[in-house]
Design a protein around this ligand. Structure first.
Ligand code: ATP
Ligand code: MG
Ligand code: MG
Ligand code: MG
Length: 476
C-alpha cells in the first residue's frame, strides 16, 4: 500500500468516526518552547492543555514533523527519520481510553477491503504503563490480546507530560512484530528493531503539580476533562505494509536513495557503511525539501541552522560516497516527484525551493575546498613534527570557521592516518555553548521581547519532551 493511500485511509477512517480533518501545520512550530513541530499534537497544545476551548470535540491530522533529536539515528536504525509524518487522532474531553484503543485496533486490523490496513492481529504487541490495568483490560477485551503480548513499562517509556505543571498521563504503544529475521523474541521490551513501534496512544488523565524530571513529579488529581492524543508514524506503517526493511526504502524515500546510489556507482545492500550514507542522503534531502517548502532558509541559528546542517550532512555523505559534483540538482527533483503526491505545493514552488537548496550546496562546496586545504596543511605539519593527533583547537576551528562537522574531520583524519583530540574538541564546543547561553541570558533579562527566547532556543535547540520523548535539551 502506497504511503499516500495509507494517509488517505487514515483521514477517511477518523472522519467517518466523527473527527474533524485538520490540515498539517507548518514544520516550524508555533509553540514558543519548540523550534519544530515534533509531534502531531503540537498544533493542538492550547486545546490539550485547556488554554483555549477546542473548536471540535475530535480531530485528526497527518502532521509534518521534524526531530533533530533523532539525527544521529538516521540510517543506522530502521525507523528514525529527521522529517517524518505523524498521523494523529485527538479527543478533547470526548472519548477516552476505550475509544482510542477501539479505533486503533479496528483501523489496524480490519481488512483492506473494509478500509483498514489489514495487519495480522497475531503480530501486534502493546505496552501499557505499570499500573494502568484499565488499558491492559481494554486490550484484552476489545482486541483479544493475550497477557503475554501486553507488556508493562515504567515512567521513562510509558508516561507522558510536558515537563511543566499541567496535564499528564500514561500511554500505550503498539508494536508490530517483523519476525525472527529482525531480532530476538520477547516483545518490544526485548528488541525494538524486531518489534517496531508504530503508534503511541497518550491518555491525558491527571493534573501534575511540580515536575522535577521525566520520572519525578507530583500528581495533584484527575483532570476534569480527559484528552486523547495519539501519534502513528506514517513511514513506519508504510515500512510494514510495503514489506521493506526500513523507512528509507518506502515509496516516498527510496527513489532518492536509488538515485544517490546510481550517482555514486555504489550498489545499495553491498557495503554497510555505504548503505548508511545512502540512507542519510535520502532522509536529509527530503527533510531539506520539506523545510525549505515551509519557508525556512539556511542560516547560522534556529531552524535555518538545522536546515544548513542537513544539507551539509547530505552533501558530505555524497562526497564520502565519491561524488564530488553538485548532488542536490540530481536528488532534490527526485524527492519532489514522490512527495508532491501528498504535497502538491512542492511542485508549484520548486523554483524557489531548489534555488535556495542549490545555493546552499554551492556555498558549502566552497567552504569544503578551503577547509580541506587547511586540513591538508595541518596534517602535513603534524606529520612533519612527528605528531599523531590533530589538536582539539584545529578540529574546532575547522568546525567553527569552515563548517566541518566533527565526523567529517574524524573521517578525513582517519583516511590521512592521524587521530583527533576529540575530547579537546568537545570541551571547546561546550565552552562555546556556555558562552552563547550566557549571552542569551543576558539578552533575555534585558527585555520582555519573546524573540529573545526564540533565539536562545534556536541556538541551543529545542526540548523534545512535548513529544513524549525524554526530558533533555539538545545542543547543536
Ligand atoms: P522511538 O521509540 O521508536 O524512537 P518514539 O517513542 O520516540 O519512537 P513517539 O514520540 O511516541 O515516538 O511518536 C509517535 C510515533 O511517531 C511513534 O510511535 C512512531 O511511529 C513515530 N515516530 C517517532 N519518531 C520518529 C522518527 N524519528 N521517524 C519516523 N517516525 C517516528
Ligand atoms: Mg518509543
Ligand atoms: Mg513512543
Ligand atoms: Mg524516539
Amino acid at each position: 500500500m502506497q504511503t499516500a493511500e495509507i494517509r488517505r485511509r487514515w483521514l477517511e477512517f477518523f472522519e467517518r468516526n466523527g473527527h474533524t480533518v485538520v490540515p498539517s501545520a507548518s514544520l516550524v512550530s508555533n509553540d514558543p518552547s519548540l523550534m519544530f513541530t515534533v509531534a502531531g499534537m503540537v498544533p493542538f497544545i492550547p486545546y490539550l492543555t485547556a488554554r483555549e476551548p477546542a473548536p471540535y470535540p475530535r480531530a485528526t491530522s497527518v502532521q509534518k514533523c521534524l526531530r533533530t533529536l533523532d539525527i544521529e539515528e538516521v540510517g543506522k536504525t530502521s525507523r528514525h527519520g529527521t522529517f517524518f509524518q505523524m498521523n494523529g487522532n485527538f479527543s478533547f474531553g470526548d472519548y477516552f481510553k476505550e475509544g482510542a484503543i477501539g479505533f486503533a485496533w479496528e483501523l489496524l486490523t480490519s481488512s483492506v477491503e473494509a478500509g483498514g490496513y489489514g495487519l495480522d492481529p497475531e503480530k501486534l504487541w502493546v505496552t501499557v504503563y505499570l499500573d494502568d490495568d484499565e488499558s491492559a483490560g481494554l486490550w484484552k477485551r476489545l482486541a483479544g490480546l493475550p497477557e503475554e503480548r501486553i507488556q508493562r513499562r515504567d515512567k521513562k517509556d510509558n508516561y507522558w507530560h510536558t515537563g511543566q505543571p499541567g496535564p499528564g498521563g500514561p500511554c500505550s504503544e503498539i508494536y508490530y512484530d517483523r519476525g525472527p529475521a529482525y531480532g530476538r523474541e520477547g516483545g518490544p521490551i526485548a528488541d525494538e528493531d524486531r518489534y517496531i513501534e508504530i503508534w503511541n496512544l497518550v491518555f491525558m488523565q491527571e493534573m501534575l503539580g511540580e515536575v522535577r524530571s521525566k520520572v519525578d513529579f507530583d500528581v495533584l488529581g484527575d483532570l476534569p476533562a480527559k484528552n486523547i492524543d495519539t501519534g502513528m508514524g506514517l513511514e513506519r506503517l508504510a515500512c510494514v505494509l510495503q514489506g521493506v526493511d526500513n523507512m528509507y526504502e518506502i515509496d516516498e524515500v527510496r527513489p532518492v536513495l536509488d538515485r544517490a546510489a546510481q550517482l555514486s556507482g555504489r550498489r545499495y545492500g553491498a557495503v554497510h557503511a555505504d548503505d548508511v550514507r545512502l540512507r542519510v542522503v535520502a532522509d536529509h534531502v527530503r527533510s531539506a525539501l520539506m523545510l525549505i517548502g515551509d519557508g525556512i532558509t539556511p542560516s547560522n541559528e534556529g531552524p535555518g541552522y538545522v536546515l544548513r546542517r542537513l544539507i551539509r550532512r547530505a552533501v558530505r555523505a555524497m562526497r564520502l560516497l565519491g561524488v564530488e559534483d553538485p548532488c542536490l540538482p540530481q536528488l532534490l527533483p527526485v524527492s519532489r516527484d514522490v512527495m508532491k503526491l501528498s504535497y502538491p505545493e512542492l511542485a508549484a514552488e520548486f523554483a524557489r525551493i531548489s534555488s535556495v537548496a542549490y545555493a546552499e550546496e554551492e556555498a558549502f562546496r566552497r567552504t569544503l575546498v578551503q577547509g580541506t586545504q587547511i586540513f591538508d596543511s595541518t596534517v602535513r605539519e603534524l606529520k612533519a613534527s612527528g605528531g599523531s593527533a590533530l589538536s582539539g583547537e584545529r578540529a574546532f576551528a575547522l568546525h567553527d570557521t569552515y563548517g566541518f562537522p566533527i565526523d567529517l574531520t574524524l573521517e578525513m583524519a582517519s583516511e590521512a592516518g592521524v587521530g583527533v583530540d576529540e575530547d579537546g574538541f568537545r570541551r571547546l564546543m561546550a565552552e562555546q555553548r556556555d558562552r552563547a547561553k550566557a549571552d542569551a541570558r543576558a539578552k533575555r533579562s534585558g527585555g520582555v521581547d519573546v524573540t529573545v527566547f526564540r533565539d536562545a532556543l534556536a541556538k541551543h535547540g529545542p526540548t523534545d519532551w512535548l513529544a513524549y520523548t525524554h526530558l533533555r535539551t539538545e545542543s547543536r
